[in-house]
Design a protein. Structure first.
Length: 608
């Protein structure tokens, strides 16, 4: 994939656009051609199936109606008694002759045979000339034929059929002895007395009427309708040499004739095949038509479409390069400007024209970007200068926090000696003061880490408060109300103790220790607020306003020289370090109530 991308990057946008347009156009031409061919073929095929099914269903109805009409017309012959030819005073010998013989009441003599044969011949002459012969057959094997033939070969298909009440239609076979293709209707004969089956009537029909019906229906130039029996033998086919043969012995064996509505290939030709089945005869009338005969309109439409698409393709080849050049001109101009900007020339002018053109909008946006980039570079330079100044001030504030600490190791060792001596002399208050003071200086002397947990800051504060309690004995009171869930919050080191120290200086000492300091914490949205409240004399309004302005100035890193000389651990110093670390929405806030006390708050970010 990456190799392909690098290969594409070797060519210009214009070349890639020409190739892309030409490829898309060619793909469109091919897709349209194949889609039209597919859907047109599908529609043509479906039209053929509908037409062929309709035609074959009509043929099936005609054939079934013909057979049923013939079956009904023979009932007068086999039912009897026949009407007397000479009237009631002159009864005929033919009256009831067929019923009497079949029922076993009259033996088959030569005279009886002649009378029955004459009845059958007269029926054929009067009604249906296409009847090749009529045969009456008893259950005991006796038979009478209209052509006077006394015996038939044992393999006659109707001879060995069981005697049932159902009419059977025998598909095409050769008659004996005339070698003529016929179909046979095998009709059960019932007794007129008790409706018992007493024989059967076999009607051997030539295919003349069937050919006439089939010949009236055509489909395509060479398309054919073929009738196939339920035993897969050919009942009707335009080629008479195939009549009566099994499909496996004919060229039709190349097709799958049990699958309707299919497109099949045989001898390198595509054929459309469908059929309908007769419920009466169980024969299938199969329509077989070459696809090209049904797709004449498809071929014409395909050729026309290809001609139109060829002209369209030529048009695209001629127009796309010119159109691409026109579209790429703004991009080329923009490319030149970008090269100038790349070389560091930010004074170039980008030409653009008002409107909805995307390239003109891109030119306008790039021009605005150049102007903003110039402004941004200037702002970055100013920001870097301010950042350097801020770092210097931050380091300066940290250094000032250590001012006055001379040889801290000597101080720690001295405090440890005083603590040991107080322990030996059994002066616990001095021992406690010395221990807390040593821990206090160790905590404040370390510059790293910049941030500590609230738990560490409060532990340091407790040591400081212990010293204050020893100093003022029982008059001074302090309470720390901080929920355990806030203890892991992070804040700048030495943020809380200077605030408390400030409260001791301005609230506790003026009242000779007879005062109280309360430290509490609560969360407010995504912030944590720490409050140091005292019940001292409060701050005058003008002084309070001055302090607030001092905090704002320190937060903006614009402190005056007077602010810079304040106690490095005072309110302004704490506020400056918090703003430097967390941003200008955090830091120290002051509220005071004259004669009632002061509340100093510290706001820091809090991740729950």
């Amino acid at each position: 994939m990456n190799h392909m991308k690098h290969f594409m990057y070797r060519y210009s946008m214009k070349q890639k656009m020409i190739v892309a347009f030409l490829t898309i156009s060619l793909m469109g031409v091919v897709i349209i051609a194949f889609s039209a061919q597919h859907y047109y073929t599908k529609a043509t095929t479906q039209d053929f199936y509908n037409l062929a099914k309709s035609s074959s269903a009509s043929l099936n109805n005609q054939i079934d109606r013909y057979f049923k009409q013939m079956i009904q017309s023979t009932s007068a012959v086999i039912a009897g008694p026949l009407p007397p030819l000479g009237g009631p005073l002159y009864p005929s010998q033919e009256t009831g002759m067929i019923q009497a013989w079949l029922a076993g009441k009259t033996p088959l003599t030569s005279s009886t045979r002649l009378i029955i044969e004459d009845i059958l011949r007269r029926y054929i002459t009067i009604n249906y000339s296409e009847i090749e012969s009529l045969i009456l057959l008893k259950e005991n094997g006796e038979l009478v034929s209209s052509n006077g033939q006394p015996d038939y070969r044992p393999e006659e298909p109707w001879l060995n059929l069981p005697f049932t009440s159902q009419t059977a239609v025998l598909p095409t076979y050769e008659s004996y002895p005339y070698k003529v293709s016929i179909v046979s209707l095998v009709i059960p004969v019932f007794s007129t007395e008790n409706a018992r089956i007493i024989g059967r009537l076999v009607i051997n029909l030539s295919l003349a009427e069937l050919k006439e019906m089939m010949g009236k229906t055509t489909i395509g130039k060479t398309g054919t309708f073929v009738i196939v029996s339920s035993a897969d033998t050919i009942v009707h086919h335009p080629d008479s040499s195939l009549l009566g043969k099994p499909i496996s012995q004919t060229p039709l064996n190349d097709f799958h004739l049990h699958e309707p509505d299919t497109l099949q290939k045989a001898r390198d030709v595509d054929y459309l095949i469908t059929f309908t089945r007769s419920e009466f005869t169980e024969w299938r009338i199969i329509a077989i038509v070459p696809l090209h005969e049904m797709a004449t309109g498809l071929n014409v439409a395909t050729k026309s479409m290809l001609i139109v698409l060829s002209f369209l393709f030529l048009f695209v080849i001629l127009v796309v390069p010119a159109l691409t050049k026109l579209l790429m001109e703004p991009v080329v101009r923009l490319k030149k400007v970008m090269h100038e900007v790349e070389r560091g020339n930010l004074d170039v002018q980008v030409e653009f024209h008002p409107g909805n053109d995307e390239f003109q909008s891109l030119n306008r946006s790039f021009g605005q970007m150049i102007q903003r980039l110039k402004k941004l570079i200037e702002d970055v330079i100013q920001y870097q200068l301010r950042e350097i100044q801020l770092e210097v001030r931050q380091k300066d504030a940290a250094i000032k926090a250590l001012q006055g600490q001379i040889n801290p190791h000597f101080l720690y060792n001295t405090l440890d000696i005083i603590r040991s001596m107080a322990y030996l002399e059994e002066v616990p208050r001095i021992e406690k003061i010395a221990g807390n003071l040593a821990s206090f200086f160790r905590y404040t002397a370390k510059l790293e880490p910049l941030e500590v947990t609230l738990r560490e800051e409060i532990d340091h504060l407790r040591k400081y408060l212990d010293i204050i309690h020893i100093r003022f004995m029982q008059n001074f009171q302090s309470q720390i109300y901080v929920n355990e869930k806030f203890m892991e919050a992070h804040l700048v080191k030495l943020s809380l103790q200077p605030i408390v120290e400030n409260a001791v200086k301005y609230a506790v000492e003026p009242k000779n220790g007879n005062a109280a300091i309360l430290i509490s914490a609560f969360d407010e949205g995504d912030d944590l607020v720490l409050e140091v409240a005292d019940n001292g004399p409060g701050i005058r309004a003008d002084k309070l306003e001055s302090l607030r302005r001092s905090l704002v100035q320190m937060g903006d890193y614009q402190a005056t020289d007077q602010n810079a000389t304040q106690d490095s651990l005072g309110l302004a110093n704490v506020h400056a370090r918090l703003v430097l670390q967390y941003g200008d929405r955090y830091g120290v806030g002051i509220n005071s109530f004259p004669a009632r006390g002061t509340v100093v708050s510290i706001r820091i970010p809090y991740k729950k």
